[in-house]
Design a protein around this ligand. Structure first.
Ligand code: 2BA
Length: 109
């Protein structure tokens, strides 16, 4: 068994959840925050048999789009201003950042 952790953008989360449930995957949706943008994103936990991992990855890829997002400048507030960028910069946020972990034990009481 594997646990898939997928960090995706909020805008894609309902579509992805519907697609997973439609294909009989069990999933848990968690509200999360990206460390770099410090804005909300969504993390899915999907526990599934090894043989179904590729299908879950295909569904994630098909339902999550990458997008450009602006990062607002943060004032250094008395700190070192050398690396301060005074204008917003654009970063490309991926469709999904995915980890596939082995599951040692799975219990469902
Ligand atoms: P954030 O940390 O908010 O990052 C959002 C986007 O900002 C990233 O998109 C990337 O394009 C950019 N970015 C992140 N760190 C950067 C840096 N040090 N310098 C320049 N640009 C940077 P993605 O790479 O697609 O990541 C989307 C979200 O996935 C991340 O949101 C984070 O929540 C999660 N994530 C990405 N890599 C991760 C990792 N290795 N471990 C845990 N979570 C990760």
């Amino acid at each position: 068994m594997k646990l898939i952790l997928a960090v995706i953008q909020d805008q894609d989360s309902n579509r992805l959840l519907n697609a997973l449930v439609e294909h009989n995957f069990r999933a848990t949706k968690l509200a999360s925050t990206g460390g770099f943008l410090k804005s909300g994103n969504t993390t899915f936990m999907i526990g599934t048999e090894d043989i179904r991992v590729q299908k879950a990855l295909d569904i994630i890829r098909d339902n999550c789009k990458s997008r450009e997002q602006m990062v607002a400048p943060v004032s250094p507030m008395g700190g070192n201003a050398d690396s301060y960028v005074p204008y917003p910069v654009e970063v490309e946020v991926g469709g999904a950042t995915v980890f596939v972990l082995p599951v040692e034990q799975f219990m469902h009481f």
